[in-house]
Design a protein around this ligand. Sequence first.
Ligand SMILES: *[C@@H]1O[C@H](CO)[C@@H](O)[C@H](O)[C@H]1NC(C)=O
Length: 384
Amino acid sequence: MQSTFLRRKMPLLQVLALLAALLSSLPQCRAAEAVATCSGIVPMRWRREVVSITEFGAVGDGKTLNTWSFHKAIYRIQHLRKRGGTLLYIPPGVWLTGSFDLTSHMTLYLARGAVIKATQVSPQYIGTEMNKEDLDRSLFGASEQDLFLISNVVIKHVTVLAPYDSPNTDGIDPDSSSNVCIEDSFVATGDDLVAVKSGWDEYGIAYGRPSSGITVRRLTGSSPFSGIAIGSETSGGVENVLVENINLYDVGIGIHIKTNVGRGGYIRNITISDVNMNNVRKAIRIAGDVGDHPDENFDPNAVPTVDGVTIKNVWGEEVEQPGSIEGIKNSPFTRVCLSNVKLWGVGASPWKCTDVTGAALGVNPGPCPQLTSSFAMTPCSNDF
Ligand SMILES: *[C@@H]1O[C@H](CO)[C@@H](O)[C@H](O)[C@H]1NC(C)=O
């Protein structure tokens, strides 16, 4: 099992500038009370230790490889377990590094002008990867019970960049994580910008950790693959996801909810609202046949369910295809509700739907007949 975890393709993260606040205790600007924000979802701690990456020998000249410094710093934060948590300060400069994991009770803080730059030499991932696989890969040999439960994560004001043509460079993937908030960020990568996951087929089912309570807000980005993705590895289940105020341009699939037979698990109570898209191949895709299997041992009877997906207030221009909602034959998607979805620049290509029930109101071009035009008839769960 371990080796399968290790073989799993990790999403890469190449970062030119990153400011991630993990268990953030930064006093946030309180100017606009009315603006929804992640601030406050994580308990504030005032008496924090502050350490600078330079104390661990790092050099921000864009040439020195600082992987070891990051590992040392995070090892120390992890093992000192300061009561108020620790802020790891990254001064202005270009900090070249290989992959590293964050740990609990820490804030990774990038000063203005600080850039964390991933090396090209080997698979890299940093910071925002949050799953067991990564923990298993960590240098520190953490035992199972040492694994920090991946919850209460705030990622704010982050810029994540990877080349448009770079493979497997997901931006931010909450994986088997709860209470995660990603906001006010810019992500432009060669793969999905944000993908909420929870494990892969029989391994994910055995591990059984859902992702829940995930908020993504005020994110802008561009990718040849998906803008906002859920899946396809959702074997532990994904629920209670709120995505709002998103701007996507030059993207393959704007909103992509994806799973597969063999995954098991569920995707439910998903709300996505206020999304602008420009130059998109396909605006919305919800599909039950996406992604491959880790090996031949996946259970063909592990059929996932998708229930309660609301997508509303979407405005798309230069949209090639409006979308498709294709459920699984013996597990149709239920309560899929579209409201006020306006997509322009669409040629003749219509929506394509199979094995789905739900409703659609104010959808242009006109939605497929599988979705009724009355919410009164359909129990659209989320916010109708
Ligand atoms: C559905 O998810 C939202 C977050 O988007 C949450 O506030 C709400 O409580 C969830 N509803 C249920 C019934 O769990």
